[in-house]
Design a protein around this ligand. Structure first.
Ligand code: GDP
Ligand code: MN
Length: 329
């Protein structure tokens, strides 16, 4: 498949990303040898390149992000943005006072798929530092997605921390009004809203919140580069919430996938078991766990807990939950 892994990292993330790469290689990529693209707002040092190249079984590419993709757009009012950071610091909102975290979220929302080395690929699998994979992946998830017409996927979903995105839904509604042509028929609005779109229930795929986000994504780069997605990103960027609030890339990607794609185009990878502080996705079915040599404790599975939105995804897609799910909630 025309696909690559992609990681945004600092040089100081080397040993945490090394762990993630080792897991991905052992459980999957040693049989497939997909490439790996590393992106950084600063130049990668030789240490970083040498170690990661030795771990990845495919070809590695390293690229420095252009400063326009990692800075404040001109229309942002710096005083207003500073005041927000001070307020959020006082309220102890995680990363609330951070400028670089905001650049990171904006970059992952609107720019990673447009970086030069990414333009050669159609599919991406995003990997972050310090993740764990618990099961063998004995098939090609990129191919599964292509064969089944999927554009976006997730393994975990949950309710976002509302204080970081108070006006994200208003901005989204404004976009829906301005661009009805981009809203897919048969979308997943039911995943996002309990009242037909009036209010957001804060559900999103991908990200995790508490004291760390972890991002698992396999998706189609051409979809992110499409006019529909780009118009959505541009509209959010104009509204300024990446800096006047602290919009995360997880809710942005999730809302986009839920509204711009048909619901059948979003895939739940039940058999990719995954961990990043503090949540785990572990397959509910023992058969799946044994077949794939999983080493996660099914008791840790987050899917059916009250904080998870995965149940909602099953409901709107009329999917049957795996046997034994009730005992895990
Ligand atoms: P969390 O998972 O939300 O707690 O945030 P992380 O610190 O894991 O950051 C998310 C991703 O962005 C990780 O892949 C980090 O390595 C990367 N990242 C975060 N901040 C920066 C930064 O300032 N520069 C670069 N190059 N990467 C960053
Ligand atoms: Mn992380």
């Amino acid at each position: 498949m025309n696909a690559t892994f992609v990681t945004l990292a600092r040089n100081s993330d080397l040993w945490d990303i090394a762990r993630s790469i080792r897991q991905v290689e052992d459980r999957f990529n040693k049989k497939y040898h997909y490439d790996w693209v590393f992106l950084n707002d600063k130049p990668f040092d030789e240490d970083f390149k040498r170690v990661t190249t030795s771990l990845v079984s495919g070809t590695t590419h390293y690229d420095q992000i252009p400063v326009e993709h990692w800075s404040f757009p001109d229309h942002i009012d710096q005083d207003k943005a500073r005041k927000v950071r001070e307020d959020m610091a006082e309220k102890k909102i995680i990363y609330g006072d951070s400028i670089s975290y905001r650049h990171m979220c904006r970059f992952e929302s609107g720019f990673f798929f447009r970086q030069k080395p990414m333009l050669n690929y159609e599919w991406y699998w995003r990997v972050e530092p310090s993740i764990e994979l618990f099961c063998d992946i004995d098939y090609d998830p990129f191919k599964l997605m292509a064969d089944n017409n999927k554009k976006y996927s997730f393994v975990l979903s949950l309710y976002e921390y509302l204080e970081t995105i108070p006006t994200l839904w208003d901005s989204t509604k404004k976009f829906m009004k301005a661009h009805p042509e981009h809203i897919a028929e048969g979308n997943s609005m039911g995943f996002l809203s309990d009242d037909g779109g009036d209010t957001y229930n804060n559900c999103h795929f991908v990200g995790l919140h508490v004291n760390a986000w972890s991002n698992f994504e396999i998706g189609n780069l051409n979809w992110l580069r499409s006019k529909a997605y780009m118009d959505y990103f541009e509209s959010l960027d104009q509204d300024g919430g990446f800096f006047y609030e602290r919009w995360g890339d997880a809710p942005v990607h999730s809302i986009a996938a839920s509204l711009l794609l048909k619901k059948e185009e979003i895939h739940f990878f039940d058999d990719i078991a995954y961990y990043h502080i503090p949540f785990t996705h572990c397959p509910t079915s023992e058969k799946t766990r044994l077949e794939n040599k999983c080493h996660c404790n099914p008791k840790d599975n987050f899917d059916w807990k009250s904080y998870s939105c995965t149940s909602r995804y099953f409901d709107i897609n009329s999917m049957t939950k795996p046997a034994g799910w009730e005992s895990q909630n």
